[in-house]
Design a protein around this ligand. Structure first.
Ligand SMILES: CC(C)(COP(=O)(O)OP(=O)(O)OC[C@H]1O[C@@H](n2cnc3c(N)ncnc32)[C@H](O)[C@@H]1OP(=O)(O)O)[C@@H](O)C(=O)NCCC(=O)NCCS
Length: 230
C-alpha cells in the first residue's frame, strides 16, 4: 500500500480576521526562555504593530488544520512580518500603535517597577516598546538608506527545519522587490547560531559596524532583477 502523503503547510498572506491570535501566540511561544517573565510584552513590540500597520508584508504558514481550539492545535504555525520602510514604520508606530486604545494598561511605561531582576527585564522591554526610534539606527548614518526594510520570522518547533522558513523568506523578499526596496536588515540574539546559519543560507551577512550587546545585525542588499535567494 502506498504511504499516506504528508500534508504540507502553505505560505499565504496574513488575514486579519482569522490569524491575529495565532500570530500573538507564536510570538510568545518562540521567545527565548530567558525572557519568559516578560513574554506578555513581546507581541506588542515584535508582532502586533507589524500585522496592524503593515499587513501587506505579513505572511503566515498555514497547516490547513481545523484551527485554534481546546486541543491546542493551531492552524497558523509561523509568520514572517516586517516593513518595507523602517523610517515610515517608526512614525506610524508612534502615532498609531502607541496611541492605540488596544494597548493594555499592563504595558504602559508607568507600570514599570524597578526592584527585582524580573522588574528590570520588564523595564528594558517596556522601554523598547515605547521607544520605537531605536529602530532608526541614528548612530549609523546611511544604514537605513541602504537597508530600509526589516523583518521578523518565527515558526513553532513542530514545523521548524522542514524548509518552510526558506519559502517564507523568499516570499517576503519577493514582495520587497516588487515594491522596489533596495535592502533589508534584521536583528537577532547573538547566541541564536541556528537562526544565524539560516539567514546566511539565504544571503544575509553580519553587519559588524553596529555594536550592541547581545544582538547581531544582519543585512541583505536586494537587486530588483535577482531571481531567488538560495
Ligand atoms: C530560524 C527559523 C526561522 C528557520 O526556519 P526553518 O523553517 O526552521 O528553517 P529551514 O528548514 O528553512 O532551513 C533550515 C536551515 O536553517 C538552519 N536551522 C534552523 N533551525 C535549525 C535547527 N533546529 N538545527 C539546525 N539548523 C537549523 C540551518 O542552517 C538549516 O539548514 P540545514 O538543514 O541545511 O542544516 C525557525 O527555525 C524558527 O522560527 N526558529 C525559532 C525562532 C527563531 O529563532 N526565529 C528567528 C529570530 S531572529
Amino acid at each position: 500500500m502506498a504511504p499516506t502523503p504528508v500534508k504540507r503547510a502553505i505560505v499565504r498572506s496574513y488575514n486579519p480576521s482569522s490569524d491575529f491570535d495565532d500570530v500573538v501566540e507564536i510570538c510568545k511561544a518562540t521567545a527565548h526562555p530567558s525572557i519568559n517573565p516578560v513574554v506578555d510584552i513581546l507581541p506588542y513590540i515584535y508582532a502586533i504593530p507589524y500585522v496592524n500597520l503593515e499587513p501587506e508584508t505579513a505572511f503566515v504558514l498555514d497547516t490547513g488544520g481545523p484551527g485554534s481550539g481546546p486541543d491546542g492545535e493551531q492552524r497558523v504555525v509561523g509568520y514572517i512580518i516586517g516593513t518595507a520602510n523602517t523610517q515610515e514604520f517608526v512614525e506610524r508606530y508612534r502615532t498609531e500603535h502607541l496611541m492605540s486604545t488596544d494597548l493594555p494598561n499592563e504595558v504602559s511605561l508607568e507600570n514599570s517597577p524597578q526592584s527585582s531582576e524580573e522588574s528590570q527585564l520588564r523595564d528594558i522591554f517596556l522601554r523598547i516598546l515605547h521607544e520605537p526610534e531605536g529602530m532608526l539606527h541614528t548612530k549609523h548614518p546611511g544604514f537605513l538608506e541602504k537597508y530600509p526594510a526589516h523583518l521578523h520570522i518565527d515558526i513553532l518547533p513542530s514545523h521548524q527545519r522542514q524548509g518552510y522558513g526558506g519559502i517564507m523568506v523568499s516570499e517576503f523578499l519577493k514582495k520587497l522587490r516588487e515594491k522596489g526596496v533596495k535592502g533589508v536588515h534584521l536583528g537577532m540574539r547573538a547566541d541564536n547560531t541556528l537562526a544565524g546559519n539560516f539567514y546566511k543560507k539565504h544571503g544575509f551577512e553580519v553587519f559588524a559596524d553596529i555594536k550592541m550587546d547581545g544582538t547581531t545585525w544582519m543585512v541583505k542588499g536586494l537587486k530588483p532583477t535577482q531571481a531567488e535567494d538560495n
